[in-house]
Structures are given as C-alpha cells and as structure tokens.
Design a protein around this ligand. Structure first.
Ligand code: DCP
Ligand code: CA
Length: 424
C-alpha cells in the first residue's frame, strides 16, 4: 500500500519520524485507555473542489474569491501552487492578482456545492467513529480512542480515512493524530498538504518548544504581539513563563495560555447526530388511482410533509425522487437533481409531477406514491437568486412558516394546501 507523504516533522533533525511508516512501532506508545484524537482538515478546500471539477486546473495557481475585476473582495481559498506566489486567504484579490497575474481567478459563488461536499465528508467520518465533531466546513475532530479493533492502530485508520476521502471525493486532506484536540489540530497543520502527522504523548514538549506561539489554535496575532513584547516568541518560552505574570497580563486567559503552551487540553470531542441522508414520505392509497389530478393531489400532500420535515431540521435537498407502485405491484423510482437545493413543497411538487409524467402514472393504476429528497445540506447558505424572485420566495417562505406553526400547534391535519389530498 502506498503511504501518502508520511513526513518527518520539521523540527525532528534526528530522523526519528513522527509519522513513522512502521505503524506497529509508533503505535506501541499508546495504551488503550489514552485518548486518541484525530483532526482532519481538507487542503485548499474551495480551490480543490473547483480543481476536481476542472482537472485541467490541477497543479495550477487557482484562487477562489469574489469578482477580481472589482476592487473589493478577498481571497477565500488559494491552491498550493498559488501560495508559492505569496497568495493567501483573506488577502485582497487585487494584491493576489499583482502577485500572480496568470493565476486562475474563480468566483466562489457555489457555497451550496461546498456545503454538499462537506456533508459527504462528514458521512465518511461517521463510517469510522460515532464521535465526530465538525469544526468548520472542511475540518472535524474524531475521537478514535476505541476504534482499534475495527480499523487497526490510529495511523492505519488515518490512512484508510485519507484513502476513502480521496476515492469518494477526489480530494486530499491533512490529518493530525494526538492525545487531545489542541495537539491534533496542531499536528494536522504541520505537514500540509496531504499530510499525516502523529504527535505521541512523550514528544509533546519536544515538538511544541520551538514552534511560534501563533501556531496554536486560539493564539491570534493580537495575543502573539503582546507575548512578543514580553520576549515570548515560542511555545517553549510561553510554557515556562511564570503563570502568575501571564494571569496578571491576560486575566483568565493567562492560565489557558500556560496550559496550551504545555500541550494540555481536556476539551472533549462533542459529537453530533450523524447527518440524515434523505427525507421522504410514501403512502399506500385507500384505492388505486390513475387520474393526473388525483395523483397531483396526493403528491402535493406528500411534498408538503417532506418539505415540512426539511424545514424543521433546517435542511434543503438537491435531489427529488418519486416512487410509484402500480396495482400489479410493479414499482419504480425516478430521480432528478435540481440546480438549487430546496425545502419548498412547490418546487419539490413541480419536479415530482414531471417525474410522474415519465412513469405513465396517469395511465396505469397507481397503488402507492412516495416522494423523497436527498443530497441534503443545511439551509441558510448564500444562494444566488435573481432579484425579481427574491421577494416572491420570501413571501412564500413566510406562508410556509405560518403553516408550520399552525401544524405545530393544532396538528398535521389542521391546515393544508387547496387541492392536497386529505387522507394522507
Ligand atoms: N474560507 C473563506 N474565507 C476565508 C478563509 C476560508 O471563505 N477567509 C473558506 C475557503 C476555504 C475553506 O473556507 O477553502 C476552508 O478554510 P481553511 O482555512 O481550512 O483553508 P483551506 O482549506 O482553503 O486551506 P488549507 O489547506 O490551509 O486548510
Ligand atoms: Ca482546510
């Protein structure tokens, strides 16, 4: 098996490889009860997603941000080739253009797409452990303390995870493994891109000491500046600085700075429920139907229920699936993916009706109908909508919200759209 860039830690001049390919040896240092935390961070996330879609951009300087023609707008993501020119996230786009005029500038307007990849990523994490804490759109902590029996030692698990992400999403990530979240996050940042770094408990001090204070998550530029004015530049210097002086200078944070500089962090991985894959409803009808109006009426009721569930969990879905079972028990499903994920029953209905036309549901007698929505992502992401429709969509959203509240209070059957089947 190919091991992807198992690199030595920069500070390790002895050649004692932290992420040793000799996994069994590295692994011996963990006793089963010690926490094993893994941090995953996708490499140049938005830029890599764009490169995956357009393979000819792979290896090229790619910058994702706002419109480069406009003077405002900043870099959201820069490919690693772009970073060689000094381009980094948060930099004004015109500066990035000056640094590398031949870079490919893409407008990052596809937040939904990135959210969708992110939700697929989270699903991959849950295949390894139920203890998953998504940290940002492209980062997560995984508590893999008890996963050895299923997936082997932590480094082996990490390699399997990296391979799975590569195979299923076509993207690379960097992984850090350590005894706590703080150190796992640090570890994943040490060998980017496509890195795999292991910080064993007995090397924490050695690894942390020479690093600049700002390398640690939570120590920003402002704090680093104040520390620098005290003559503290490295984590080694910070860790051995009198904690009382730090407390006087930083208040409560003084103690925290002392602890983290010594690699101490007891924060648990706060896992969330695994994301739902799809939401749907189906009904066996009281009698077989074939009239298009009857079918539409049932579909409207089903779409209303699905959309309500999506809204309740603040999801939108991009793929709509219709399931039909005929009176002769033959069943089939048809799906369509829409450009803008939705939780509107009217949008779902429109697609379901179109799909129903394609399965002769107006000709053959139908016994069961079902509608489901998959490719779920969280609602509320920026979706570009042409202006005339914004007002219309907002009005509709208000109606949905009022109907949802009425149903919350008086029950599901208390209100329904005119034309929706009442027996559902
Ligand atoms: N992002 C953004 N604006 C920023 C920073 C980030 O829109 N100022 C978006 C784009 C990034 C994504 O969030 O691709 C993830 O942010 P990261 O900080 O993890 O950066 P990258 O994944 O791009 O790069 P790295 O390989 O350094 O993690
Ligand atoms: Ca990242």
């Amino acid at each position: 098996m190919m091991i992807s860039k198992l690199r030595m830690h920069k500070s390790d001049e002895t050649g004692d490889c932290l992420a040793s390919p000799d996994i069994s040896k590295a692994q011996c240092k963990y006793t089963p009860k010690e926490p094993v935390i893994l941090h995953v961070d996708m490499d140049a996330f938005f830029a890599s997603v764009e490169q995956k879609e357009r393979p000819w951009l792979v290896g090229k300087p790619v910058v994702v941000g706002g419109d480069p023609q406009k003077r405002h707008g900043v870099v959201a993501a820069a490919s690693y080739a772009a970073r060689e020119y000094g381009i980094k996230a948060g930099m004004p786009l015109f500066t990035a253009r000056r640094l590398c005029p031949h870079a490919i500038f893409l407008i990052g307007r596809h937040q939904d797409k990135y959210e969708y990849i992110s939700s697929r990523l989270v699903r991959i994490f849950y295949q390894f452990t139920p203890q998953v804490e998504p940290y940002s759109i492209d980062e997560a902590f995984l508590d893999i303390t008890s996963c050895e029996k299923l997936f082997g030692p932590p480094l082996q698990l990490a390699m399997k995870l990296k391979e799975k992400i590569k195979k299923q999403l076509g993207l690379s990530c960097s992984v850090g493994i350590a005894p706590n979240k703080l150190l796992a996050k640090l570890a994943s940042s040490l060998n980017k891109p496509d890195g795999l770094t292991f910080i064993p408990k007995d090397k924490v001090k050695e690894i942390l000491s020479p690093l600049e204070v700002a390398k640690l998550c939570g120590i920003g530029d402002k704090t680093a500046k104040i520390l620098s004015s005290l003559g503290i530049h490295t984590l080694g210097e910070l860790g051995s600085y009198p904690v009382e002086v730090l407390k006087r200078k930083f208040g409560k944070n003084g103690e925290w700075l002392h602890l983290v500089a010594n690699g101490i962090d007891h924060s648990p991985v706060i896992s969330q429920a695994p994301p739902e894959r799809s939401m749907g409803h189906e009904r066996t009808l009281p009698q077989d139907i074939s009239e298009p109006e009857q079918i539409s009426s049932v579909l409207l009721a089903l779409c209303g229920m699905v959309a309500r569930r999506l809204r309740a969990k603040r999801f939108v879905g991009g793929t709509i699936t219709l399931r039909v079972r005929y009176s002769d028990f033959v069943s089939l499903t048809r799906s369509e993916t829409i450009a803008r994920p939705t939780n509107s029953e009217h949008v779902i209905l429109k697609v379901a009706q179109k799909l129903a036309l394609g399965v002769e549901s107006g000709i053959r007698r139908v016994r069961l109908l079902g509608v489901s929505v998959s490719h779920l992502t969280k609602d509320g992401q920026s979706q570009q909508t042409s202006l005339p429709f914004v007002e219309y969509i907002e009005k509709r959203k208000k109606v949905y919200s009022v109907m949802d509240r009425i149903r919350d209070k008086f029950g599901e059957g208390s209100i329904r759209w005119a034309g929706a089947a009442s027996f559902i």
